[in-house]
Design a protein around this ligand. Structure first.
Ligand SMILES: [Zn+2]
Length: 111
């Protein structure tokens, strides 16, 4: 625990006020070592691993580092979809996921 990765999103709307800006999303999945990713990049493994490398489709929750420049909302979350170890989509939302206590991180393996 402790270290995370970063997903850089460019020109994405704030889920609260719909204004566009760039976002830095912290998430814990794959080799958690402050790796910087963009959309459609492949996750790295074999380090400080969180999650299951062999999983096909995974939903990961992230949180934005910055607040919205327009509405000042400072609690914006991201739903990150992993498909075959690639980050294929990310949606910004204002509510976090309540993960079951039994889960070992902020992710859910779908398939
Ligand atoms: Zn906003």
């Amino acid at each position: 625990m402790g270290t995370f990765n970063l997903l850089m999103l460019q020109n994405v709307a704030c889920p609260n006020c719909r204004q566009f800006q760039n976002w830095t999303v912290q998430f814990k999945y794959g080799d958690c070592w402050l790796h910087k990713y963009g959309l459609f990049e492949e996750l790295r493994w074999d380090g400080n691993d969180v999650g299951v490398r062999a999983a096909k489709i995974v939903l990961v929750e992230g949180i934005c580092e910055e607040m919205c420049k327009h509405c000042a909302n400072d609690e914006i979350y991201a739903r990150i979809f992993i498909d075959n170890n690639k980050i294929v989509a990310a949606s910004l939302v204002v509510k976090n996921i309540i993960f079951p206590i039994s889960s070992d991180g902020n992710y859910m393996i779908i398939n």
